[in-house]
Design a protein around this ligand. Structure first.
Ligand code: SF4
Length: 246
């Protein structure tokens, strides 16, 4: 069990699946650079949190619900958790304040773009489900990801395999951030759409260097050069004026 002070953001799992270095650059070195894709994603999440809750006869949708798990050491904010009313004789689900009956939580995450080839979106959603299970003491067997290109709901079953994968990722995330060492860059096709490409410099900054230290040393070198007194003998004015490049 983790302390509340040790909780890490669920969203970091997504970065870890994409690239461990990206995760470290954001969460260890505190670097972030927004590109067109991340800006669209952020606006989408902000819009999905605009309304707090909406209740229909058999459905209560809660937006921006904060969730956490002390077992996994994670916290997050679920875009939408839909609570579906269960049949009157059901003993499953949970109770909701101010509403009669029992309700089954169903997390829905909104994503810009289309389904990804890796498990990043599913792991993030599964982590939210595991948080809800711990907080509400209720089984959450499935949820969905709503992709906006094309607009479609992708159902996700929280299988034993996905749960184990998510738990392993959460443990790896804690190890990575506890160690505090940014993994070396490895240039791959995915780097081209990474918003941190210009800060990470996977092709030019040196495979084992921290991007932050690289930037700091580059800035220090530039400052040292500009602060240096001019030592070259300028020579006679006529020679400089008419001599061309050295
Ligand atoms: S540019 Fe490539 S190596 Fe660097 S953080 Fe992004 S995905 Fe990882």
């Amino acid at each position: 069990m983790y302390d509340e002070d040790d909780l890490l953001p669920v969203s970091a799992l997504m970065h870890l699946v994409y690239c461990a270095r990206r995760c470290a650059l954001i969460h260890i070195e505190r670097l972030w650079d927004e590109n067109r894709f991340t800006a669209q994603g952020r606006q989408l999440h902000e819009r999905s949190h605009e309304q707090d809750a909406e209740t229909r006869v058999d459905l209560r949708a809660v937006r921006g619900l904060r969730v956490h798990s002390l077992r996994l050491g994670l916290w997050g904010q679920a875009d939408v958790v839909e609570f579906g009313r269960l049949p009157p004789d059901s003993t499953g689900g949970c109770e909701l304040e101010g509403l009669s009956g029992r309700w089954q939580p169903f997390p829905v995450e909104h994503k810009r773009g289309r389904e990804k080839p890796d498990l990043s979106d599913e792991a993030q959603l599964c982590a939210q489900a595991l948080c809800l299970e711990e907080m509400l003491g209720v089984a959450v067997p499935e949820g969905a990801i709503f992709y906006h290109q094309p607009r479609r709901r992708h159902p996700v079953e929280f299988t034993g395999g996905l749960r184990r994968e998510t738990e392993t990722l959460a443990a790896r995330l804690h190890e990575l951030l506890r160690a505090g060492v940014t993994p070396p860059a490895q240039y791959e096709r995915k780097c081209r759409s990474c918003s941190l490409l210009d800060l990470c410099l996977p092709q030019t900054a040196g495979q084992r260097r921290s991007a932050k230290r690289y930037l700091a040393s580059a800035l220090a070198s530039a400052a040292a050069v500009s602060a240096q007194p001019e030592t070259r003998d300028p020579g006679p004015a006529t020679a400089v004026d008419g001599g061309g490049p050295p």
